[in-house]
Design a protein around this ligand. Structure first.
Ligand code: AMP
Ligand code: MG
Length: 482
């Protein structure tokens, strides 16, 4: 049983519509997320009960839940769209987790809502599995993200490029409020409601702003900082989001709405993971600037609440915060503990080397933390056949840098191995789990889930998950269709 404590529904009713879920045909529970259930103080055994499945599949509404579809808008691929909102998911309500923090429970794939436009309100099993895995993978890498507590499959036919089946995902987020919520209230000139939403966001996510001289300006500045940090996290862990529309940007700074995302494999900053992104608007190397673009759209929406000068001042903090956080994470990946002015170029030279050698972003860096640099210098001809000179040069620089900080070798190796995952959620691994689940076997999915939840700890039985993608897995195309 889940104890709800719903606050969002107390906001002005222009922001939401009551909506019941539409039942899925022949639902079955495919997975529950045990560590998350524990963190939420939800009894995992209860999640296995018929009552739980009934609520997870839209056949009933759990006591205390008050399902609503949220209204928002947003900029999609740079174009303004006022007609967005939860078109295939419902906020069931809020709960208090084991740390006393408020969390949203959102049932994604639960059927049509007043904001479905021409859509069927469904989410296919394939994309639901991808979202489920991505949340866990990012969380384990220390990146703020929405997660999911349970995944349900069904016989519900859903038409996409091919006929697929519908699924639901019980998504858990500290907020489902998007940049697009603010954009919609501003553009539709509902300024009283805009202030009410800002008050709600301050109370729930940024209580430290309450005491500020100008709370709304402080709120915007805090959102700038959290977004900057998130973008730095994505770049450092090699995550490509794929659909960075403002309706997919959370006001609380969590990663939200996983579509055609990817984790970087062979290092290529020009990576465009979304097959439908023909112009490369959301190419990986552009993510930090898109984050800034989105904050500018949000700033526009804040103009009824905050002066332009205060908005500009806040936006000026974006780049320094992002850079500082990114530099810190990248130093950690190289096992460095101190800070030197030259580190930026050392990191960049490493990335250039990976690019030139067409090397895997994660495993090559982890390799750096497996043996002494002297050993790596001896093996350079074998490891870097076409980059022997530049790799030698880089390793010598790195070695000198380690000497300067009096690096202790065992500690360095441990630091790298705790910062760079041994197991990466590669698209081909997700694909194998998806194919099996579509054929009725959820075991590969549940094993992969456990693997991405513990990406740093090597285990013999997980050796099949540590390898690079086979040839078939390198050319998977993932579109927006979900
Ligand atoms: P997304 O690309 O998943 O972020 O979705 C963008 C917008 O389209 C959101 O307002 C979604 O709720 C809506 N949407 C996406 N897919 C569907 C669908 N199958 N049925 C109804 N609405 C959808
Ligand atoms: Mg979305």
């Amino acid at each position: 049983m889940i104890q709800f404590s719903n606050r969002y529904i107390q906001l002005p009713d222009v922001l939401w519509r009551r909506q019941l879920p539409t039942p899925l045909r022949n639902p079955r529970l495919l997975s529950i997320n045990h560590p998350l259930a524990d963190a939420l103080a939800i009894d995992a055994d209860w999640l296995l009960s018929p009552e739980a499945l009934s609520g997870l599949s839209g056949h009933s509404v759990w006591p205390g839940a008050e399902p609503i579809a949220m209204k928002y808008a947003g900029h999609q691929f740079g174009g303004w769209n006022p007609d967005l909102g939860d078109g295939r998911g419902l906020l069931l309500g809020e709960i208090i987790d084991s740390l006393g923090c408020r969390q949203d429970l959102h049932l994604k794939g639960s059927g049509p809502t007043p904001f479905s436009r021409m859509g069927d309100g469904r989410a296919v099993l394939r994309s639901s599995i991808r979202e489920y895995l991505a949340g866990e993978a990012l969380h384990a890498l220390g990146v703020p993200t929405t997660r999911a507590l349970a995944l349900v499959g069904s016989d519900e036919p859903v038409q996409r490029e091919r006929r697929e089946t519908g699924a639901t995902l019980l998504r858990v987020a500290n907020s489902h409020i998007r940049f697009g919520h603010f954009e919609w209230l501003c553009h539709s000139q509902q300024h009283t409601e805009l202030a009410a939403l800002a008050d709600h966001v301050i109370a729930r996510h940024y209580p430290e702003c309450l005491g500020a001289e100008k709370p709304y300006a402080a709120l915007f500045a805090a959102v700038v900082k959290r977004t900057a940090t998130l973008m730095a996290d994505w770049q450092a862990v090699g995550f490509a989001h794929g659909v960075m529309n403002t309706d997919n940007f959370s006001i609380s700074g969590q990663t939200l709405d996983f579509g055609p995302y990817a984790f970087m494999e062979n290092y290529d900053p020009a990576l465009i993971c979304n097959h439908s992104d023909h112009n490369g608007r959301y190419a990986w190397y552009l993510q930090p600037s898109v984050g800034f673009w989105n904050l500018n759209a949000l700033a526009q929406a804040f103009t009824p609440l905050v002066s332009v000068i205060d908005l500009r001042t806040a936006l000026e903090q974006y780049e320094p915060v992002l850079t500082q956080h990114y530099d810190g994470r990248m130093r950690q990946r190289l096992g460095l503990t101190t800070l030197e002015a030259e580190d930026k170029t050392l990191v960049q030279a490493w990335l250039d080397l990976l690019r030139a050698g067409d090397k895997d972003y994660h495993s090559t860096t982890r390799q750096l933390g497996m043996t002494r640099v002297e050993e790596q210098l001896k093996a350079v001809q074998q490891d870097w056949p076409n980059q022997e000179a530049s790799a030698t040069d880089w390793l010598l620089r790195y070695q000198a840098r380690l000497h300067r900080e009096r690096s202790v070798e065992v500690d360095r190796q441990q630091r790298v191995q705790q910062s760079v995952p041994a197991y990466v959620l590669r698209n081909y691994l997700a694909e194998i789990a998806i194919k099996a689940a579509e054929a009725g076997d959820a075991q590969p999915l549940n094993t992969l889930l456990a693997v991405v939840q513990s990406p740093f700890q090597v285990r013999d039985e997980w050796s099949a998950y540590a390898g690079l993608a086979p040839a078939w897995g390198r050319c998977l195309t993932i579109s927006c269709s979900s």
